[in-house]
Design a protein around this ligand. Structure first.
Ligand code: SIN
Length: 545
């Protein structure tokens, strides 16, 4: 970072700095990009609105899906086929093949950066990694760390590597809006620093790696940081987003009556290793729903649980893991969360319900993280590469963050290698946005846009969000987040209302069947000149990559 000269800006700016690359977010994708561009000799600065490890990556339990060739019968092609099957016909097949093929190298580089995965306990001495299985996977191919603490180990290793290399990582800094020149090129970021002072970070490349928007819903596996800021920022900068209606609900979070906000995940690997789902009468209900029963893709399991809750009038179903050996050591995170609410998963079934978990869509990028806006890149959950389609296959997300993070770094380095465009005068207009109260948005989305949506519920949610929305200028982190959540609510509701079919994790009770007239058609959202989200049915319609 170097100090920078005065701005031609409209808004007061307390400080300015510049770098070659600004990365927003310090999870698996953001730190992979940052470490790689630094290795390429570029000056990078990472901004993250909270502590370095406060994003979604830390909370990921299950693992990283990857085929490295040491599981008999498993191949990259099978992993591709499982990803396409889970994605309900909406994946970009070329992106799927390309990203999954990049997995082995990406995991090897992560291990070289110090991440330690669990060894296979049956091998003496251990010579290969342990594997687990999750919903929709036809093989045991998911590598994990710390039993069920894979994300925490990845985050630990990347943060430690970044610290060891002296990578500038600005915690408590909130990305407010993109700086753009007269040609629409992104030239940096408007940022609130850790004292709330507005400033400008100038850079010819801005990489968004700020995660998803689970906090749009009242109950989610996502931490408080997952407020969709990056997608909102990209939309305002002229980028397109797609597949926003495909919010993945994880089938099994720990149920505590009346609890909301971030809920403890019960990793799908618990089912992968034999746990069974039971209803109030102690009956298995996934048999007959899908040939893989409890290990069906998670959209199928989440929808079946939701139906069973309605049929039985209960608030939760139960996950019986009492038959599993060594539960406490294999799943220490889940074990501790259960014990904290007085449940012993070794001797009794775990009460579980679905909750919002993952944004399958996001900012439209190619597999190298490029958006259609010059100077703006995205990687990880914030982006939509086409890997996930209508429903993400379990444990493909850390993989995508690693693979696309590395490729985005290469794309940035290549794009900055040529002559750099001379930025014109950059103005920082104050961000003025619709802002609704968070609890109102979460209640409206949970009621009208959860699992099992219909036209009336979606319209009621839109009305509730609109009625609560005031136009203002966010002056702090909470305001920036609320503005993002408000825009995301409008965009998700618009896309979910337009998709009059059920596909993947978008379940319409008024259109219960898949309608293959929709095959291959992603819904794209961009902002109109007034800043309102508009739905297009073709990627090309908004000039997306
Ligand atoms: C889980 O461990 O069940 C979640 C993994 C994922 O979302 O990919």
């Amino acid at each position: 970072m170097t100090p920078h000269g005065p701005l031609a800006g409209a808004a007061p700016s307390a400080w300015e700095a510049s770098a070659d690359v600004v990365v927003v977010g310090s999870g698996v994708a953001g730190l992979t990009v940052a470490l790689d561009v630094a290795e390429a000799g570029l000056r990078v600065v990472v901004v993250t609105k909270d502590a370095a490890d406060a994003g979604c990556t830390w909370w990921a339990q299950g693992g990283v899906a990857v085929v490295v060739g040491d599981v008999p019968g498993d191949t990259v092609d099978t992993h591709v086929a499982d990803t396409l099957a889970a994605g309900g016909g909406l994946n970009d097949a070329a992106a799927v093949a390309s990203i999954i093929a990049g997995g082995p190298d990406a995991v090897a580089r992560l291990r070289a950066r110090g991440a330690v995965f669990d060894p296979d306990p049956s091998e003496r001495p251990p010579s290969r990694l342990a594997r687990t299985r999750e919903g929709g996977h036809s093989a045991f191919r998911v590598v994990h760390a710390g039993g069920d603490a894979t994300g925490a180990e990845i985050e630990r290793a990347l943060v430690a590597t970044a610290a060891g290399r002296g990578l500038p990582l600005l915690t408590g800094h909130v990305a407010v809006d993109a700086l753009r020149d007269d040609a629409g090129r992104v030239t940096g970021l408007a940022v609130l620093d850790d004292h709330g002072r507005p400033g400008a970070l100038h850079a010819p490349a801005v990489v968004l790696a700020s995660g998803g928007y689970g906090q749009l819903f009242a109950s989610t596996t996502n931490p408080e940081t997952a407020t969709g800021d990056g997608i909102a920022l990209a939309l305002r900068a002229g980028a397109a987003a797609a597949d926003l209606e495909f919010v993945q609900f994880h089938p099994t979070v720990l149920h505590t009556p009346g609890a909301s906000g971030r809920r403890p995940l019960v990793t799908e690997a618990v089912r992968g290793e034999g746990a069974l789902l039971l209803d109030r009468a102690g009956r298995r209900f996934m048999l007959g729903v899908h040939p893989l029963a409890e290990l069906a893709p998670r959209d199928v399991v989440a929808a079946a649980i939701t139906r069973r809750l309605a049929d039985t009038g209960t608030e939760c179903v139960w996950l019986d893991a009492t038959g599993l050996d060594g539960f406490a050591s294999r799943f220490p995170t889940v074990h501790a969360a259960c014990r904290a609410i007085g449940v012993d998963p070794v001797t009794e079934p775990i009460p579980v319900t679905p909750a919002a978990h993952y944004a399958c869509g996001g900012i439209v990028t190619d597999v190298d993280g490029r958006t259609a806006v010059p100077g703006l890149y995205a990687a990880g959950e914030v982006a939509r590469t086409g890997l996930h389609g209508a429903n993400r296959l379990a444990s493909n997300s850390l993989l995508e963050g690693l693979v696309v993070g590395a490729r985005a770094a290469r794309a940035v380095a290549a794009d900055l290698a040529g002559p750099r465009p001379v930025a014109g005068a950059v103005r920082i207009p104050p961000l003025v946005a619709g802002i609704a109260e968070r609890a109102t948005v979460q209640r409206a989305m949970s009621t009208g846009a959860g699992i099992g949506r219909d036209a009336a519920g979606l319209a009621a949610a839109s009305d509730a969000v609109e009625a609560a929305t005031l136009v203002g200028a966010p002056i702090d982190r909470a305001g920036v987040e609320d503005a993002a959540l408000t825009l995301l609510a409008q965009a998700v509701l618009a896309a979910a209302g337009t998709r009059t079919e059920s596909r993947g994790c978008h379940v319409r009770t008024d259109f219960p069947d898949r309608d293959d007239a929709w095959q291959r058609a992603s819904l794209v959202v961009a902002l109109d000149p007034s800043g309102a989200p508009v739905v297009h049915s073709e990627l090309a319609a908004v000039g997306a990559a």
